[in-house]
Design a binder for this molecule. Sequence first.
Ligand SMILES: CCCCCCCC/C=C\CCCCCCCC(=O)N[C@@H](CO)[C@H](O)/C=C/CCCCCCCCCCCCC
Ligand SMILES: [Ca+2]
Ligand SMILES: [Zn+2]
Length: 266
Amino acid sequence: MAGVFSYESSEIDWCEDNYKHSEHIVEYFNTISSFFFFIISPIMLYLLHPYAKERNLAIHMVWTMMIFVGLFSAYFHMTLSFVGQMLDELSILWVLAMVYAVWFPRRLFPSFIKDRSAFSILVLVVTIVSTLSSFVKPTANAYALNCFGLHMVYVLAVEMRCCNDQKALRLCKLSMVVWVLAISCWISDRFGCSFWQSLNFCYLHGIWHILIVIAVAYGSTLIAYIDAIYEIPYSLPGLQYWPCDKWAIGIPHIVLKGTTKTQKRC
Ligand SMILES: CCCCCCCC/C=C\CCCCCCCC(=O)N[C@@H](CO)[C@H](O)/C=C/CCCCCCCCCCCCC
Ligand SMILES: [Ca+2]
Ligand SMILES: [Zn+2]
């Protein structure tokens, strides 16, 4: 039993050299880069608050759980233990489940689903089954998670087809580019390690950590914006960048220019 906690008990070993910078941390750069989740998550929680307050406070679960993804990712790369691997992957699975439950467009629900509560129960059942199956062949989990990720990207692309808001279209292109770069780093680290070792550059998985957080921040804001347009249209949602809207890059967030629940009551 203790074996599952022991260093290097996971079948997965990323390209970065083990114990290169510390005798206690197996993959140093991969561990350090996981802390990027701790920087972005509180900012996203703060920026999404006006929209979450208006729509549903459960939305905050997404970025709260992302803090745990960062924590478990750091623990996994620090130890490369089997427990670390499962915590890392299962935390991602449950964030994805949360994203589906709160943001999956109602128009795309299967015909036998009546409302979002019924859809959330379906997501919960699928997630529990996936959690149990993840112990059958743990090396396959990461590929399954990327397939769910790919499905989210497809949903976003479908939703953006009839959008003519220039700011949203630009954000969509940017998030897709960052996601493609991120997934290229992940695949290249997994399958092209000997090439990167010959160049003495084994940091692609750490770069993936940084890029995927940015892609999720951009993509989740966009899907939340589309959700706000359909679900709380009276609040006149718009997109803005933090810290300065005029800058070419920044962190996108939703601003509500119309009435809110509290104003409606008055
Ligand atoms: C369409 C917009 C929806 C955006 C919301 C997507 C929600 C994504 C939920 C969690 C993503 C966190 C991923 C971070 C992983 C960091 C930990 C890590 O590196 N783990 C690896 C082992 O160390 C493991 O091998 C990785 C497995 C693959 C995870 C796949 C996650 C899919 C992410 C999809 C992102 C879509 C962004 C869309 C932008 C257009
Ligand atoms: Ca390694
Ligand atoms: Zn990782």
